[in-house]
Design a protein around this ligand. Sequence first.
Ligand SMILES: Nc1ncnc2c1ncn2[C@@H]1O[C@H](COP(=O)(O)OP(=O)(O)O)[C@@H](O)[C@H]1O
Ligand SMILES: [Mg+2]
Length: 637
Amino acid sequence: MTVTTNHFNHLLDLVETERDAEREENQRKLERLPVQEREAMGKTVTRLVVTAEDVGVGGHALWVLSRPSHGEEISPFQAFNQGDVVMLSYLNGSETCKLRGTLYDVDQFEITVALDSPPPEGRPQGKCQLDELGSEATYKRMKKALEAVQKGDKKPLAHLRDLFMGEGRPGIIDLPVLEFFNPRLNQYQKEAVQRALAAREVALVHGPPGTGKTTVLIEIIRQSVEEGYRVLASAPSNIAVDNMLEKLLDAGLRVVRTGHPARILDSLRHSTLSAQLLEHEGQAQIRELDQRRELLVRQRARRKDHNRRRSWEETRQMDAEIEALWKQARDMEYGLSRRILAEADVVLATHGGISKQLLSKPFDLLIMDEASQATEPLSWVPITQAKKVVFAGDPLQLPPTIYSEKARKEGLGLTLFERLQKILPREFQTLLRVQYRMHETIMGFSSREFYKGALVADESVRRHTAAGLPNVKKTVLTQKPLVYVDTAGTGFEERWNDLLESRENEGEAKLAAQLARELHASGIPVRHLAILTPYVAQARLLRTIFNDRHFEVDSIDGFQGREKEVAIISLVRSNEKGEIGFLDDTRRMNVAMTRARRLLIVIGDSATISRHPFYDDFLTYVDEHKAHHSAWEWIKT
Ligand SMILES: Nc1ncnc2c1ncn2[C@@H]1O[C@H](COP(=O)(O)OP(=O)(O)O)[C@@H](O)[C@H]1O
Ligand SMILES: [Mg+2]
């Protein structure tokens, strides 16, 4: 067997291991916890009633569910997100009915589910239960992609595979002098655009936090479309895809966003394939077919109540006709979809959401944003559709989430982006250096620790502080970029939360809340503040302390790619042994410490964390910048 065959066989095994691990984990969570506990965690909502029905874009049946209020103030849907895959179950007579669907809309006391299949007759009369599920579709697509790559008889794919396995040398095209669409690009960004356009098959853009990776990708896309290229733009998460979509719409390109409308930001839904289908002139015919079907469905239900019972044969015929009408309408929709996609300059999709059947021929260029957040098998899903690939990412920020420790160790933890960094010659790679987010003191530690000091703060942000925001008072906190609040000696201890299998620290949570309120009182709007913590139990505790949805509390993993004017980080760990658990993945801290634009406050116990060299360095950095404070300064004695 060749090295290549081995490699892809191994990846196929890892995908299998990972899928089993995810299933087990979901199952374990579902079984381990009684319904009440799952409800408390927000994974399940019971006692729901269907209050309305509708048909959404793409012909999906929509059910609106709500729970009669018992005077609760907190929404039962807090942990649910638009686009989650869910199971809806209810009693129909003595049978339990289970329907799968996708969350279309989540309000405080009302939730809309887009059902995956045509709904059964008659909406549920009793109470329904909603459970969060995982999705299998992505695993199937990864396996198919890996098998296609491994066989690799088609030319562009086989060629890319060989290059990505380190066989042969990538090519370079002669470029004319470029005129940039975006006049603000800095020298490193221009170089990245030039190298990407000059590359025949592949280029990498390595961009530390806030350095304009996506900005560079947008320029590459605009230049390529200008040359007549068809472009596929992809990222592992919906939010990252929407981020590109927003910027491409501003640039006035013809774009189509594929994917379930429920998973796409409201403001961008008009760009979805579903929305463009609805506006298409061919839609009238489809609507007519759907209306005929709906009429038949109603007839079928009504005639049952007549004296004369419909014969089995008649019912069967009706069912066949209903099904035929459904299929005919969907076939037409499918044909239209392919046309719309073929006519677009840029198609956007998540890696996992690329459905091959809709795409007729390979794209001239594939753009992969957040490339270091995708495992290698997932990255291959879009690559199977492309002749050339440009990656943007930062392997020094959080890696993809992986359930199986075994799979991670055996290679799933190494992204394609990282592999290519080692394989590709220098002229196919660029490191962006100028960042447009952080005060230079906030940036400095990350730059020193992760990027060999290469980062530069742009003049526009280099010295900005919270006090520079409109109507913000000058206080000890608002005039500084960096504050470390040391809880050593306060007796704030970490605690294990068995239910959430995570850690929390109540003293620290209260202090974080106090600091946030103090900042708010000095004039910083709540929307500019975020409290971040590595531990989900601490995030949950913080949310209960605030009991105010406007204060944003998030896990670090949930905040990658975002920024706030002010961020407070609660590190949680405080124990005699100096154990820091998964704080030792310093990439997580790199993300956490680079989210704030003007003020970063870190709360932690120096006695515990300083035993790890990374945090010891951080404490030294804090001292160098006279940013060390004791928690006692805020504790009322
Ligand atoms: N050359 C530039 N001049 C001014 N602002 C820029 C430049 N490049 C990027 N930015 C700004 O910096 C921020 C981060 O850019 P973005 O492309 O989203 O970075 P990344 O994808 O690396 O997180 C955005 O607000 C963007 O408008
Ligand atoms: Mg980006």
